[in-house]
Design a binder for this molecule. Structure first.
Ligand SMILES: *[C@@H]1O[C@H](CO)[C@@H](O)[C@H](O)[C@H]1NC(C)=O
Ligand SMILES: *[C@@H]1O[C@H](CO)[C@@H](O)[C@H](O)[C@H]1NC(C)=O
Length: 413
């Protein structure tokens, strides 16, 4: 009896010891993680001059331009911010006539309802601890997965489900491009699972679709993991190594230099188009400054947001070789099953205006720095029964396409 309970006690002690050791290890790990998260937040969140609380819960920090994350980059230590591009393809060549013929867009950002940043500052969406903890790791926070590589040419159908990313896009290739423009209809697609996203954007691409892809991207997105909600947000992205070590969304790493005091990257867009109701769209123009080589971005007709310095890139330091416009979603369902995450409005292109989402007046900047209609536009989708794309051309909308879909449906199981 006594020896048995003694043995029992010994086993109990041993188990307790094991528990103690493992729990203290767990605590150490967590403490280290917390330390890393805190360090990362300190890097991203700069001391604000003023903070505006958005109705969606975002904190928008108004920060001195020279304190933005770009200036943590060693190459930018002595950089003088360019307050304007040396060249603007739209204003020079009067293509904004296209815009004036349609209703003036009153689209803006939700946080404006509670205030504005003072002149001489830039608005930055504050990153929270929760934002970082939702990422698979501190290192991956703010980055797209390597599987994001858009691959419209010679896609291997076997890879479609393994890849998990699905597109419905229009594209041009086989020339030198110095920018692109589009007016994009804004929606709030439903996301089935928080680790999926749905976005609509343009891609400025250079290099091969292997390890060295250079990409500049801008548009709107719904990404619960990145932002912690289902709001539609303005975003940018860049990478110079196919989404591996370089690049990030918005201002979540050193790269993009913002000059604009009114528009915050990653902040919610408002209002959103309604099915069969009012339609709202945003214009995005990205172009290469022929003198300095930097890639500039403009939102709407009024907001020049800033630029990606040329030195961030290899191929794009010269020019782009491909432009894409359209939607992308992540399907996280295994075994060929399909997610019900929507692309665009969640409706197919053939439903048309007011129901399907669109890109209109898509244009490229050519080697003479003129904005003009692209030639030989191709379209691509992995599975048109899930998400589809249909392009067209008319006087007012120039080159346009409708795109999107519901994902999972009887024809897309
Ligand atoms: C910045 O300027 C200082 C002083 O002129 C110089 O010593 C340094 O090399 C410069 N750094 C870079 C990255 O250009
Ligand atoms: C986002 O939408 C999904 C359904 O589409 C819902 O389950 C989830 O709770 C929403 N998340 C937030 C943060 O509102």
């Amino acid at each position: 009896m006594a020896t048995r309970s003694g043995k029992g006690l010994l086993v109990l002690c041993f188990l307790l010891l094991l528990l103690l050791v493992s729990s203290s290890q767990a605590r150490r790990l967590t403490a280290r993680q917390h330390f890393e998260v805190r360090k990362h937040l300190k890097r991203l969140n700069k001391t604000p001059i003023k903070t505006i609380e958005s109705p969606d819960g975002d904190l928008i920090d108004c920060v001195h331009p020279y304190h933005q994350p770009a200036f943590d980059h060693p190459f930018l230590k002595n950089h003088t911010i360019q307050m304007q591009p040396s060249f603007h393809p739209d204003r020079m060549f009067g293509t904004s006539m296209v815009e004036s013929s349609t209703e003036k867009s009153d689209i803006t950002q939700l946080w404006h309802t509670n205030g504005r940043c003072p002149d001489g500052t830039i608005p930055i969406r504050r990153t929270t601890k929760e934002d970082v903890l939702r990422a698979s790791s501190v290192k991956r926070f703010g980055k797209k997965s390597h599987r994001s590589i858009p691959r419209p040419i010679s896609i291997n159908p076997d890879l479609v489900n393994e890849n998990g990313h699905q597109h419905a896009i229009a594209y041009v290739e086989g020339d030198k491009f110095y920018g692109a423009k589009a007016t994009i209809n804004v929606w709030q697609p439903k996301i089935q699972q928080s680790n999926e996203f749905s976005l609509s954007q343009l891609w400025i691409l250079g290099g091969s679709f292997g390890q060295d892809l250079n990409s500049i991207e801008a548009g709107w997105q719904v990404s619960p993991d990145l932002y912690g909600d289902n709001n539609t947000r303005l975003f940018t992205y860049w990478t110079s190594d196919a989404y591996q070590a370089t690049g990030c969304y918005n201002l979540l790493c050193s790269g993009f230099i913002q000059i604009n005091s009114q528009i915050a990257m990653g902040a919610s867009i408002s209002p959103i188009s309604g099915f069969g109701g009012s339609q709202y769209d945003i214009s995005i123009l990205v172009w290469k400054d022929p003198k300095q080589g930097n890639w500039w971005m403009q939102f709407g007709n009024d907001y020049v947001l800033g630029y990606w310095p040329s030195f961030l890139f290899s191929y794009l330091a010269d020019s782009a070789t491909m432009i894409e416009w359209g939607g992308e979603v992540v399907n996280s369902e295994p075994d060929g099953e399909h997610t019900s995450t929507q692309m665009g409005s969640g409706h197919f292109p053939d439903e048309g205006f007011g129901k399907a989402s669109y890109f209109r007046n898509i244009q490229i900047v050519d080697s003479s720095n003129n904005l003009r209609a692209p030639k030989d536009i191709g379209t691509f989708t992995e599975q048109s029964s899930c998400y589809d794309v249909q392009n067209g051309n008319n006087g007012e909308w120039g080159n346009y396409f409708y795109y999107g879909g519901p994902g999972k449906n009887p024809n897309c199981p």
